[in-house]
Design a protein around this ligand. Sequence first.
Ligand SMILES: [Zn+2]
Length: 186
Amino acid sequence: MTFVGTPDFACNPLIQQAMAILPILIHPDPRLQRQAQPVAQVDEGIRRLVADMAETMYAAPGVGLAATQVDVLRQVVVIDVSEDKSKLQAFINPQILEAEGECEGEEGCLSVPGVYDNVLRAERVRVRALGLDGEAFEVEAEGMLAVCLQHEIDHLQGKLFVDYLSRLKRERIRTKLAKQHPRLTA
Ligand SMILES: [Zn+2]
């Protein structure tokens, strides 16, 4: 894995203010199917959103979170696939420039609690995004980071990992979650 120009999140004083844990939408909430819009300017509001999303992701706990999952239609993703949760990365307006290879692995999602299944993804991706400073950077990712990037960027396009599963599995999952979270899906 190569990281180019990724901002050092933990050292950024801008995001060490009070943070908030945001409610996460649960599938089959139709709001998860909406498309996020590009961020025009990385300003204080976006940095605040990133900080709150990071707090929400760590508290869940999860390794990635897209703004769509917290009902914000902006192209913002946070990811930390490190074991000690010390490498938070923010991807604003992320775009997959190249994808190659194939790998199948088990995925889960904070918006689809308790469900894990295998999804076929590209093995390596090159992604361009803006960092918290508003500057563009590129990442060449493989392994868990590559999978996580593809999963989160899907969210920004209104797509969930369960959309890759068979129709029968999708219906079972939908029914099960709708029963468990009736208030959230009414
Ligand atoms: Zn997810």
